[in-house]
Design a protein around this ligand. Sequence first.
Ligand code: ADP
Ligand code: NI
Length: 215
Amino acid sequence: MNEILQQTAFFVKEKLQNAEAGHDWSHTERVWKLAKQIASTEICNQDVVELAALLHDIADPKFHHGDETAALKIANEFLSGREVSSEIIDQILFIIQHQSFKNRKEIPSEIPIEMKIVQDADRLDAMGAIGIARAFHFGGFKNNPLYDPEILPKMNMTKEEYKKSAGTTINHFHEKLLLLKDLLHTQKAKNMAEVRHAFMLHFLEQFLKEWNGEI
Ligand code: ADP
Ligand code: NI
């Protein structure tokens, strides 16, 4: 399995060479490491966790003409050509299909521990200093404003409303980043999230003080 993991890492690294920085190889590598750490504290199939972590962002629909199935196709094709049982492939594809924050309402209530681990690792990487950097990078890519006191945080916006609101990056903290700690499944991830969450709160506090010229 070690060899398959190395081959997968190599394949994903190649594939993500020109990906935008929010979902590039370094994101995948961080999620892989975090997933391994969390897996070591849970009873789970470590191979499924590692392969799913490696393949989870292989094709972002945003960059595949909105095709939600692109990642599944690529992962399936890659794994089918290797010594991985069809049972394991199915588990991995299930995780890739459902792990996104955006899809969280469509997830069946009983989800496998391997998926919980990959999801937690992916969510940890959207928090803390890295999460802040990724958010402002994304906002820059979209040419969104940093902050607008007029745009109040609004939860559960429809896609259309969101597009119109020209969401600011600070707003994204309220729509998503500050909610992540309560969506985590595993104890290990919850522990790791504490520092990351506190760091984001501290950042927001300082940001608003500077915005208002208070310090
Ligand atoms: P996921 O793959 O978990 O569904 P996304 O593709 O939505 O996540 O987000 C990838 C990265 O970009 C994350 O770090 C996320 O916080 C950030 N991001 C997504 N939407 C926005 C936004 N509107 N403003 C700022 N950052 C964003
Ligand atoms: Ni991801």
